[in-house]
Design a binder for this molecule. Structure first.
Ligand code: R5P
Length: 346
């Protein structure tokens, strides 16, 4: 069956920057699955593009196909553990890709960035930049009309855009589904917590979704040193209970591991952690491995929004990956077909 062309925003065309390719391949597989189910006979494939890196590190993105009038999406995973390219390199690759699209005249341009870079620098404490605002304005200025992201660290970043729409998707549906239906976690004995007050809302959301109680860990940071935690306190009872720590990300692992140590000290049994963005920066993998061997952490569940590859997932006993590619594919498909996405963003 051919879908009615009036019920779409134009030909759906999707491309990926180099670090977004693996995730984009998964999104395309899901998109084809959705299309088949819908009786949509369009052949969906990634656009032919090139990301050229010059010897001095500058980058250029070229789109080798016609995209005039299309509904165009560019996928990039900015923090890519499998690449030598830095976050800044990948941000610049994305910016040049959006601008290449802008020059090629599609009707709509959407940047699909499961990890919104610099999202932790969304306000100023001293003489410093509001870097999340710089990123927002950069994306808008080069031509992104919409940005799709996952569990952005600070929702206020939406307000840094003037005309570009920011759609913030949530991994909690996929993660809870995995915890209950695949891991078969005993939810009767479970307490959900966030590793700091900032993640309390997320913890409340997870606890409601799972149907269990929650506790709060209060973390104070020493802002004179990057990534340094000053102290932690617990509000709530965790004695003899299994714990699920939820957060938007694990970066160095310090926040999650400090919380886990505190919870153990207060008598918690098995400790699980679930995060949307498992960056595992620096020596986080080694630190979590040690905590796993020491019996502090039982399991970390992350998503493929940070793509670690099959070998890592298979060889890391303490790690399980949940895919958010079906969620992204469905949101992209619905936007293209002018359908509602609000339920998918919860
Ligand atoms: C902080 O507010 C965030 O939600 C994370 O808890 C934090 O960024 C994780 O960083 P790290 O793993 O380096 O402690």
């Amino acid at each position: 069956m051919q879908l009615n062309p009036l019920e779409s925003r134009g030909a759906l065309s999707i491309a990926a920057c180099n670090s977004g390719k693996s995730f984009a391949d998964r999104v395309m597989t899901e998109l084809r699955r959705i299309a088949k189910k819908e009786g949509d006979e369009t052949t969906y494939g990634l656009k032919d593009t090139q990301e050229i890196v010059f010897p001095n590190g500058e980058v250029k993105f070229v789109i080798n196909e016609f995209i005039r009038g299309d509904d165009f999406y560019i996928i990039q995973c900015i923090d890519d553990p499998l690449s030598e390219r830095s976050v800044n390199d990948n941000l610049m690759a994305l910016v040049t890709a959006i601008h290449a699209a802008y020059q090629s005249d599609p009707d709509h341009i959407t940047a699909v960035i499961p990890q919104f870079p610099y999202s932790r620098q969304e306000r100023r404490k001293t003489r410093e930049a509001i870097s999340a605002k710089i990123v927002a304005q950069l994306l808008e200025n080069v031509g992104a009309q919409r940005v799709l992201t996952l569990d952005i660290h600070a929702e206020a970043i939406q307000g840094f855009f003037n005309y570009t729409k920011l759609e913030d998707m949530h991994a909690s549906g996929e993660i809870v589904d995995y915890l209950i239906h695949q891991l078969k976690l005993d939810i009767k004995n479970l307490v959900v917590t966030g590793p700091d007050v900032g993640s309390a809302e997320k913890a409340r959301h997870y606890s409601k979704r799972i149907g269990t109680s929650f506790a709060i860990v209060d973390k104070a940071r020493d802002y004179s040193k990057p990534g340094q935690i000053e102290s932690m306190r617990l509000v709530g009872d965790v004695k003899g209970r299994n714990i699920l720590i939820v957060d938007d990300m694990i970066a160095t692992g310090g926040t999650m591991l400090h919380a886990a140590a505190l919870l153990k000290e207060k008598g918690a049994k098995d400790i699980y952690a679930a995060v949307s963005l498992p960056f595992f920066n620096g020596n986080a993998v080694e630190k979590i491995e040690k905590a796993y061997r020491d019996g502090i952490i039982k399991l970390v569940v992350g998503t493929d929004a940070v793509f670690w590859g099959e070998a890592f997932v298979q060889n890391t006993e303490w790690y399980e990956e949940v895919s958010v590619a079906p969620l992204f594919a469905r949101v992209i498909y619905n936007i293209n077909k002018k359908r509602s996405v609000s339920k998918l963003l919860r």
